[in-house]
Design a protein around this ligand. Structure first.
Ligand SMILES: NC(=O)c1ccc[n+]([C@@H]2O[C@H](COP(=O)([O-])OP(=O)(O)OC[C@H]3O[C@@H](n4cnc5c(N)ncnc54)[C@H](O)[C@@H]3O)[C@@H](O)[C@H]2O)c1
Length: 444
């Protein structure tokens, strides 16, 4: 099939690449010329394992091309995906200006009957708004192709996006007319061979289903963070609680990790957008609000614990492990590390930091400051540090050589924002260990 994907960010690039990989003819369209120039030179705009090989292979075979020209990208397409950003407005609601602008442009350039599909995460009712924009544009044209508007929210996880796209758990499709579902059956047939993963529903339900999934996952995280606070107050161990809780098959083990609060480009923004959408429709979402509040408090609590721990140290130096909001990505949007770094710098703390993928992005985020040094290995963060702060659980931080760490560092303060290291083990080695919901206990 002939496909156009508008937006070549984390979602758009993976969608375009994977669609091309299974044989579709795909044009990726973006307004960011730097991204396109880089792609033309074979340089990926994002760090996402596996995507580079697929992009390069399909560019070479001619199945995948990139352009900034709507005329070129949209004219022949049977399916046009909108995969542009939906960042938060001041009040938390989703900014739909990119989606609507892209829909308008696309509608101006369609030359054949096609389906316009929102893959971006959009609030309920956006399909209707897109339909209105399309109708407005088409009403001014003499040749009037039929343009259906559907919803096909994306569930890929950064860091595992290629695998998630090629082997999806489910493909949610929201359509107004059942006939439109047939286009998705053809489109996704290569991903759908061993069982039918297509879940077809009405468009509004599809839009809500995406927010529901992210809000549920965020709820589990905030639930565990609240319990971690309770464990700290009572002497329990959140890791033991997690294992006990997650072994109940009705609950399951996923997304039950206490930590420094969820971040990234989706959970924080989607939780707030759902809250705003609830307000707009007169159905205030108290539970979702609490999920957000607990997350904010958790992020602040961790930063405060670090600042309290450094109190009294003259000209403190810290080693910071990890910046990206999670491993295997360079995405720094709403990463909890940002709050940590900004608070440390504001308190005059010197930082040496390593992240396997996100350091270049961070250099662009923070103005040059001689108190923060980006170094090229976990070990290079350590010399003379008073404290070690674990922020992102990349594999390279999981099993440190503690003898080496101890020989390089000056202090023995450890803030384990991901509960990677056993408190009993670290205490036995002489460390002042601060985990999340694990303090005052004797587990390993
Ligand atoms: N990142 C994720 O893990 C993820 C997962 C599921 C869903 N989503 C959703 O998918 C959407 C996209 O997210 P992302 O992380 O890929 O965003 P992104 O910021 O990485 O990419 C968006 C791209 O769209 C381009 N763009 C903006 N306006 C355009 C226009 N008018 N025409 C052409 N291109 C335009 C931008 O230049 C950018 O390259 C969001 O709604 C997000 O919530 C993201």
């Amino acid at each position: 099939m002939r496909i156009c994907v508008i937006g070549t960010g984390y979602v758009g690039l993976v969608t375009a690449a994977c669609m091309a990989e299974v044989g579709h003819h795909v044009v990726g369209l973006d307004v960011d010329q730097t991204k396109l120039d880089n792609l033309a030179r074979g340089v990926m705009p994002i760090h996402e394992p596996g995507v580079e090989a697929i992009v390069l292979r399909n560019m070479k075979s001619g199945h995948l091309t990139f352009t900034s020209s709507y005329v070129e990208a949209v004219a022949g397409a049977e399916v046009v995906f909108l995969a542009v950003g939906t960042p938060p407005e001041e009040d938390g609601s989703a900014d739909l200006s990119y989606v609507l602008a892209a829909a308008r442009e696309a509608a101006s350039h369609v030359r054949r009957d096609c389906i316009l599909v929102t893959k971006s995460t959009v609030p309920v009712g956006t399909g209707e708004r897109v339909e209105t924009v399309v109708a407005e544009v088409l009403s001014g044209r003499t040749d009037v192709p039929k343009v259906a508007v559907a919803s096909n929210p994306e569930f890929l996880r950064e860091g595992q996006a290629v695998n998630d796209f090629l082997k999806p758990d489910r493909i949610i499709v929201g359509v107004v007319h059942q006939d439109d579902a047939e286009i998705f059956r053809r489109l996704y047939a290569p991903f759908n061979r061993n069982r039918d993963r297509l879940v077809v529903m009405d468009r509004k339900s599809a839009e809500i289903a995406k927010y529901a999934a992210n809000a549920m996952l965020a709820t589990r995280i905030s639930f565990m963070n609240e319990l971690a606070m309770f464990c700290d107050a009572t002497g329990g161990d959140i890791e033991a609680v997690r294992k006990g809780l997650g072994s109940d098959p009705r609950i399951g083990p996923h997304f039950l990790y206490a930590g420094i609060g969820y971040g990234g480009s989706c959970f924080p923004k989607d939780v707030r957008a759902l809250m705003a959408s609830g307000e707009e429709h007169g159905t205030r979402m108290h539970l979702i609000e609490a999920v957000h509040d607990v997350n904010q408090a958790q992020r602040i609590r961790f930063v405060q614990a670090v600042l309290d721990g450094l109190e009294g140290i003259d000209e403190p130096r810290v080693a910071l492990w990890g910046l990206a909001f999670k491993p295997e990505t360079d995405d720094m949007r709403e990463a909890p590390s940002r709050g940590v770094v900004e608070a440390l710098l504001a308190h005059g703390v010197r930082i040496r930091v390593h992240d396997p993928a996100a350091m270049d992005v961070c250099k662009g985020l923070w103005p040059h400051d001689e108190r923060i040094e980006f170094v090229d290995s976990p070990e290079a963060c350590l010399p003379d540090a008073d404290a070690l702060i674990m922020v992102t659980e990349w594999l390279c931080f999981r099993e440190p050589d503690w003898e080496q760490v101890e020989s390089l560092m000056q202090g023995r303060l450890l803030f384990d924002g991901r509960n990677l290291y056993g408190p009993a083990t670290m205490k036995a080695r002489g460390w002042d260990y601060h985990g999340i919901g694990r303090n005052g206990i004797s587990s390993t």
